[in-house]
Design a protein around this ligand. Sequence first.
Ligand SMILES: [Zn+2]
Length: 493
Amino acid sequence: MHQEDKKLIGLKRDAFHFVDRNKGEIAKIGDAVFYFAELGMQEFSTSEYAADALRKAGFDVETGISGIPPAWMATWGSGEPVIAAHCEADALPNCSQLPGVAEEKPIIEGGAPGHEEGHNANIAVMIGGAVAAKSIMEREHMKGTIKLYFAPAEEQGISRPYFLRDGYFEGVDAVFHPHVGAEFSTTYGIRQYAVISVEFIFHGKSAHSAVSPWLGRNALDAVVLMDVGWGLMRQQLEPSQSSHRVVTKGGDQPNIIPSYTKTWWFFRDKNMDLAHAHFEKAKKIAEGAAIMTGCSYENNILSVCWPTRANQIMAEIIQRNIETVGMPKWSKEEESLAKELQEKIQVPVVGLQREVKPLKKAQQGMSGNDSGAISWVIPTGRITFPANIPGCPFHSWSAGVSLATPIAHKAEANGSKVLAASMLDLFIDKELLNKVKGNFREEIGDTKYFSILPKDQKPPADLNRDKMDKWRPIMKDLYVTEKVLWSTQRDKG
Ligand SMILES: [Zn+2]
């Protein structure tokens, strides 16, 4: 075996020891975030707790980046290369679920937010992995910079296109995105869809609906006509398109002609050119609806997500590390919780995953994630770690069951090890990083990233504020207040 390889294996082993020594602290991050259960753009306790853990590990944390109050960028080290990781940590509305029980049971009744995908585990893995890599780099006096990004409101696809627009990713050579799943795996190629999230706002004129409706201009009718127009337009679009909407402001009461309405649309397709073309057509339909009703209209782009993609060489690096780390060793109790739950929700009763998945090319699905933008500008590797129980659909109560239990804790530790090892691979082996970059250029080919996010567009900082103002005081009793304390006791190199 080559001397270098031996050294790298030793350094990775030390990083794994760091994770093992600190697995309780990493689990604490995942659990704290689970119980904060903060909705997108309101992840303040989550953000502060995670930033505190990083500051204690020696990172500088710049908060409020891109005008998003809970967002941050954390930096450790100096010089090149710059290896980064980013992840999301938002919860979902009406998704409160007690962990560790195989039945639907909200922690707080009445529609409280909760984690039913596992973003709480994402942040545990990102921090655990990066702090472990940093501990080795510091000990070995290695050159290079680690950057981490806290990305609010993934469920609304918001923050990362803003980070990119505002230059926070400049100089980053490669980036990892840890995300929860039921498998320990990684893929390469295009995984998700492009999504444009946009509000259409109609301005009319109010009047008494019975006494003098002819004096009004009905902004709700404009919403309805836009709906009809787009509904008919769907037939003329490429079959790969998918689009959907909610009416977020439809008026106040029937006897007042609505003068102000808002309808919020997602336009999706397999690439940004198509999604963009759909949005341009929707603008014409909105204009037509406004003309027909005598209203005026404007649009407000909330976010622009490119399809997520992953680099093949980075996937190979991640895969090797997943195979080295292996699946967590599940206990009998964990297995039986999984099986009981699978029986309850009537999916195949297979228990927890026991084998790591082989490396494969991604299959493009219709979901979106705002990390997509980054993946067309910087080589990206995605680490899927097994904190979910197989068969439990995201955003439903069953997906919340494992997330603050030993199943998630073990997956968070193993995910952290893979992230640390993969970061070390790129910090140590310059040739490998060059290979990643060359392969990335080939993969991207002629596709040039562009963003239709206006230069002066501000992210919607008030999103979900009213909901969290309602729930936070009720949920505060569940908050984990004990902060993270890293054990930095050294291993012999
Ligand atoms: Zn997610």
